[in-house]
Design a protein around this ligand. Sequence first.
Ligand SMILES: Nc1ncnc2c1ncn2[C@@H]1O[C@H](COP(=O)(O)OP(=O)(O)O)[C@@H](O)[C@H]1O
Ligand SMILES: [Mg+2]
Length: 363
Amino acid sequence: MAPKRLLVLCGGRSAEHEVSLLSARNVVAAVPPDRMQVTVVGITRSGAWLRYPGNRFLVHEGDASRVALAPEGTPVALCCRDGRGWLASLEGGGGWPVDVAFPVLHGTYGEDGTVQGLLALAGVPFVGCDHASSANCMDKAVTKQLLRAAGIGVAPGLVVSRRDLPVEAERVASVLGWPVFVKPARLGSSVGISKVAGPEQLAEAVEKALRFDGKVLVEGFMRGREIECAVLGNDAARASVPGEVVPLREFYSYEAKYLDAEGARLDMPARLEAETVRRVQDTAVAAFQALGCSGMARVDFFLLDDGRLVVNEINTIPGFTDISMYPRLWQLSGLTYPGLVEELVRLAEARHAAQNALCTEFA
Ligand SMILES: Nc1ncnc2c1ncn2[C@@H]1O[C@H](COP(=O)(O)OP(=O)(O)O)[C@@H](O)[C@H]1O
Ligand SMILES: [Mg+2]
């Protein structure tokens, strides 16, 4: 059988551009060469799509702070040709067929349903959640509503936009108490997030978050441990062993995630009792299903001091860097990196086939 033509999309227009490149390098390295032929398309910070044959798409790849897309990619656009995906060259015509895509993009214009919608329109099976569940998981306020409706525990919170200003500190205090977390509703990497100890700092924190997103979440402080669980599958999704993030500073900030090696410790697997592991896994799968996820997601929890389990957020394109939880939790659960990539591609194709088999005539 001819190898599948796998399109790996990386880079992108979000603050997590470099993280995406580091993730994509690992995904590309894990693709079994006898069964899949990789083409990388790097999306520049300004949104241009550049195609690289094979795996030479980065410069400074050994240096996380300088890694960047190589400049010599061919400009391309994705479209649909004869009912399937086609990367059209914007230089000199021609192009390349695409059998399946793996968007390794994080945050805005990558993890939020936009790219997923484009891939669906182009008729390309793709790894990970569809456009609707991606968009719902990107918006922490919507995620909260859908989880709550499914009977899953979430942190109490208030949604604020400019029309609600000024936010009344008494109202926040009466609903949530202090401290609170203030965060942009649709962003990642801890950008724009503040921990607010009392009423004096509230307005500034809300203003800061509003600079990144017109929709802001003010959330009650969850005192406890941060547990993460990887979920894999379509209708029959399963959960990995859980891991734990132990922030060694005030919280799991942007610096702790990407810059400061001393900022957080990752325990994989998390030290938990068997009963708690089961509860985390069951809730992770329930949350995945409540948001209509498919393929993959990492479900992040707070395990509160009183034993309650609260879902903090669902990441639909988790990191695949060297230190990332998602692939490592699967390794601990018995699935190798190449095995994981193959399974994700298989799930992408299965969902696409199921979608195509749906009835489209209503006579
Ligand atoms: N309600 C909360 N209570 C306690 N800590 C929180 C709360 N919300 C966020 N945090 C801290 O801030 C970090 C980033 O917040 P999170 O909502 O996960 O945003 P992001 O999508 O940027 O990862 C979390 O990992 C945690 O350390
Ligand atoms: Mg988070």
